[in-house]
Design a binder for this molecule. Structure first.
Ligand SMILES: [Mg+2]
Ligand SMILES: [Zn+2]
Length: 194
């Protein structure tokens, strides 16, 4: 019998889980969760979702923060999720500056493809939540499904338009969780008898 693939949800960090800052999140103190996002993450985690972050952190490549600071920020994130009974399975980040020409900085699909490989999920089954066009483009380029939230830059991203085909739009991460966990619309739910 074929084993069901794990349910994997990829999340952008800034503007999805925590408030975005145009001047970068430079310390654990500047990492401020968006209301309801940690509860949503924890709910999805307890429901069996693998949750993996894919975040551009060019503040590293620009020399604005170092790895010790990024690790301290992510330690705070992990702790906050754990306090609500949830678990982030991994954090993938691109540390490179925008002009480095790397394969991992979104909108390139490198991180999404790496995550799919690491967690043995076909890229076509990858869902990714983001607030910027480059998040949606990264998952679309990998062959997965883009989910846009209106938090962070999301409302502006929606207003600008030209979203990748098949993009679904939600008010925030809590609304995404509600949609994924609602049995009737769950992607794995069996078709309804007619
Ligand atoms: Mg973002
Ligand atoms: Zn990179």
């Amino acid at each position: 019998m074929k084993e069901a693939a794990p349910k994997l949800l990829i999340l952008d960090r800034d503007g999805v889980i925590n408030e975005d800052r145009p001047d970068f999140v430079k310390s654990p103190e500047e990492w401020v969760p968006i209301p309801g996002s940690l509860e949503a993450v924890s709910e999805l985690s307890r429901a069996g979702y693998l949750l993996v972050l894919a975040t551009n952190q060019s503040a590293i490549g620009r020399g604005i923060i170092d790895m010790a600071v990024l690790n301290a920020i992510h330690a705070k994130l992990h702790r906050a999720v754990a306090e609500l009974g949830g678990h982030i399975d991994a954090i993938f980040f691109c540390p490179h500056a925008p002009d480095a020409g790397c394969a991992c900085r979104k909108p390139a699909p490198g991180m999404v493809l790496d995550i799919a490989k690491r967690f043995h999920v076909p890229p076509a089954d990858c869902l990714m939540v983001g607030d910027s066009l480059r998040d949606l483009q990264a998952v679309a380029a990998a062959g997965g499904k883009p989910l846009l939230v209106r938090t962070g830059n999301g409302a502006r991203t929606e207003a600008k338009g030209d979203l990748p085909a098949g993009t679904q739009v939600f008010d925030n991460l809590a609304a995404v969780a509600q949609w994924l966990l609602k049995p009737r619309t769950h992607p794995d739910a069996p078709a309804r008898d007619v």
